[in-house]
Write a protein that binds this ligand. Structure first.
Ligand SMILES: [Zn+2]
Length: 295
């Protein structure tokens, strides 16, 4: 079985990105795993601190490991948006493959200082764990927002990215390149799309020479995602789109089975709805720069 680092290198060489999907229950995990297996592409599942709190840190690690081993399939586990070293240590000890250490709300030099310490502490627990650092402001909350944040204010620069990566030793960088967490209602309805600063991504990639993650991919224009992959994005996070599908699928399951109380008879439409979204995103990420040329 390849390591996550090897798979990222392979994806980078092939000009494709790896999909990262947030999960907080068995419906979401089943849907992500089924879609990835159908397309036969490696996949990352991630849980924020809140999502981990709900599912259980050691419990989800055991679950994902059991899928990886039983099906000999490259599914990896990420501790998304971890705001303290204690929570990072907990995830590293539980066997998570990567940890997003997010102190982007702090002034940059304080972010650098504490992220460097975290990289050292987490790799002392597991030398092969990948640590991702965050810079810039992309807003919080993978949910439906009424108004869009001021994206321009928090954008990352190539110089800042290079300084951060060289000073901290992170394996992966998440910059602010026009992306934001969550979706506007108009995006959920398909009327508007997020757009990315492709030149900025390319500049950051050239300067920082590191794996790059795009957070807040939900609601982003397909063509922008293809161009972002060609410009150097290696991992793309999708959360809100899955949450929207989960809710719609659940409502569908409940309304088509009035009076039903058996969870495994009510929940399959929710699994199917999420699986459709994951599948369509994975097909796009897998196409990478080749799809961009063809489209
Ligand atoms: Zn994120």
């Amino acid at each position: 079985m390849h390591s996550l680092r090897n798979l990222l290198q392979e994806a980078q060489g092939n000009g494709v990105a790896i999909g990262h999907f947030n999960i907080s229950d068995l419906v979401l995990l089943k849907a992500v795993f089924a879609a990835a297996r159908e397309l036969n592409v490696p996949v990352l599942v991630g849980l924020s601190e809140g999502e981990r709190e709900f599912v259980g840190v050691r419990q989800i690690a055991a679950f994902v490991r059991s899928l990886r081993e039983e099906f000999d399939f490259p599914i990896f586990l990420n501790a998304d948006h971890t705001h303290s070293l204690a929570k990072g240590v907990e995830a590293a000890k539980a066997g998570f493959d990567s940890i997003v250490f997010d102190l982007s709300a702090l002034p940059i030099e304080e972010n650098v200082r504490q992220t460097k310490q975290a990289v050292e502490a987490l790799k002392a627990i597991n030398p092969s764990v990948l640590v991702e650092g965050e810079i810039g402001d992309i807003g919080t909350g993978s949910e439906i927002h009424e108004s869009s944040p001021d994206v321009v204010k928090g954008l990352s620069t190539p110089g800042e990215a290079k300084h951060f990566v060289e000073s901290t030793g992170v394996d992966i960088l998440a910059p602010a390149v026009g992306n934001t967490h969550g979706m506007l209602r108009s995006m959920v309805q398909g009327e508007t799309k997020k757009h990315l600063d492709i030149e900025r991504i390319a500049g950051i990639k050239r300067a920082a020479q590191v794996f790059i993650t795009l957070h807040g991919g939900s609601g982003t224009d397909d063509e922008d995602l293809r161009k972002a992959i060609a410009a150097g994005i290696n991992i793309i996070h999708i959360n809100t789109e899955l949450r929207v599908a989960w809710r719609h699928g659940l409502e569908h399951g409940l309304s088509t089975h009035p009076g039903e109380v058996v969870p495994y008879k009510i929940l399959p439409p929710a699994v199917e709805a999420v699986k459709q979204v994951v599948g369509s995103r994975l097909r796009l990420f897998k196409g990478g720069r080749h799809a961009a040329q063809g489209a």
